[in-house]
Design a protein. Structure first.
Length: 111
């Protein structure tokens, strides 16, 4: 990847339930870095370690923290999906049930 391609800014939409977080990243940024940006937008209320990012609503596996946006061909204006650890289960073993499901609520635009 050329230096200019690596430095290309990506405008990402990270969706969770009724919320959308807008994040600016680079192709060389890691998933963890994007989660840090979301955490900052939430004024640190949710630690990046208590988040998972998915490529699609139907993805069964979260993106690994050490992977870069380029590793997963994340492009400009991509939509990622974020889930948090369920309240009260922050210290539980990670058996998969301690995480929210990917759940993006579509707005009702009426008829």
């Amino acid at each position: 990847m050329s230096s200019s391609a690596a430095d290309e800014q990506l405008y990402l939409r990270c969706k969770r339930q009724t919320q959308t977080y807008f994040v600016i990243a680079k192709k060389t940024d890691t998933v963890f870095h994007v989660k840090e940006r979301i955490s900052a937008a939430l004024t640190g209320d949710v630690s990046p370690r208590k988040m998972r990012l998915y490529l699609t609503e139907k993805s069964s596996e979260p993106l690994p923290d050490s992977a870069t946006m380029a590793d997963h061909d994340v492009s400009n204006d991509a939509c990622l999906y974020v889930v948090f650890r369920k309240p009260g289960q922050e210290d539980d073993e990670d058996d998969g049930t301690c995480w929210e499901d990917v759940d993006v609520i579509k707005p009702d635009l009426g008829d």
